[in-house]
Design a protein around this ligand. Structure first.
Ligand SMILES: C[S@@+](CC[C@H](N)C(=O)[O-])C[C@H]1O[C@@H](n2cnc3c(N)ncnc32)[C@H](O)[C@@H]1O
Length: 287
């Protein structure tokens, strides 16, 4: 598939293989977590914040997505940031990504609308970092100008109205120090788009947005893409993954309807279920 983006550098992601296959250990780990998480009758909905965070954990365990994110930050972004004084992570969830990318920074600010997630995050004590937690939203938070060396908004834009994206991005950019970097991570297209749109949801064409609102508005920019494969050994896990997709696409669908779709469209007509999407990484450096 050719992408309508410039500066795509797939060499950052050393492999495009499906993560270590469905080993028995991995299957039983995924199945155990799947059993523990309640599956709503209507997908695209979470009972509470803990239900959401647990489903996201299952999501990450089922794909290389988070591994590619780590590669991207550790190999491609952190070495280029000269001053590592302060980082802002917007939408940190359980802090899985924060803990990896914030390691070298002295001051760590995390912001999330989910209070339970914020409360649960602890950074390793021996790192002696100053942590500031902000309970709020990317849209409403007021940020100081010229403050951060790195700002990350990873897998959060789905929850913000697309017409507010340019304003949020400009606000985050203004909050960077000179030469600081803003990183936006977003996933879409391929099977994710098909699943959301089949069930009446909405997906944003991220490449179009990039061309219209980023590449011609900011000077020092770069986009990278990784292709993500889910391997899901059973239908219930696949339904949990669709719960996240449908929530991202602001739609709701009966779990049996989603099951029929998955069985019909899965290449193998049943287990294992495979689902693909693109993960986009955009970096904007403050000029
Ligand atoms: C899928 S998680 C992303 C976790 C992490 N950033 C990563 O990439 O692994 C999305 C997080 O964004 C938070 N969130 C949702 N809407 C938000 C908003 N408007 N502003 C800030 N955070 C938001 C959710 O509560 C959740 O913790």
């Amino acid at each position: 598939m050719s992408l309508a983006v410039s500066n795509v550098n797939n060499e950052i992601f050393p492999t495009t293989y499906i993560r270590s296959g469905l080993t028995p250990k991995r299957c039983s780990q995924i199945e155990e977590i799947t059993r523990r998480i309640p599956l709503p009758n209507n997908l695209g909905h979470f009972y509470n914040e803990a239900h959401y965070v647990n489903t996201i954990d299952l999501f990450y365990l089922s794909t290389d997505e988070s591994r590619h994110k780590k590669f991207y930050f550790l190999k491609n972004i952190l070495p280029k940031i000269e001053c590592k004084e302060s980082i802002l992570d917007i939408g940190c969830a359980d802090g899985g990504l924060t803990k990896i990318i914030a390691r070298p920074f002295k001051k760590v600010t995390i912001l999330d609308t989910n209070l339970a997630a914020l409360d649960g995050i602890r950074l390793p004590k021996h790192q002696h970092q100053k942590i500031t937690k902000i309970h709020g939203s990317a849209e409403k938070v007021i940020l100081p100008e010229n403050k951060y060396d790195l700002i990350v908004i990873s897998h959060v834009l789905y929850y913000i109205k697309p017409n507010e994206w340019p304003f949020v991005i400009r606000k985050l950019y203004n909050s960077l120090k000179e030469n600081g970097q803003l990183i936006i991570v977003y996933s879409g297209d391929l099977d994710k788009k098909a699943i959301i749109e089949h069930h009446g949801g909405y997906t944003k064409d991220f490449c179009k947005f990039y061309h219209k609102h980023i590449s011609n508005k900011y000077e020092k920019i770069c986009m990278d893409v990784s292709v993500e494969n889910f391997i899901l050994s059973n239908l219930r896990t696949a339904q949990h993954i669709c719960n996240v997709f449908l929530d991202d696409g602001s739609t709701i669908a009966d779990k049996d309807t989603v099951a029929s779709y998955l069985n019909l469209h899965n290449r193998f007509g049943g287990s294992p279920y495979r689902v693909k999407f693109n993960q986009y990484f955009v970096s904007i450096t403050k000029a």
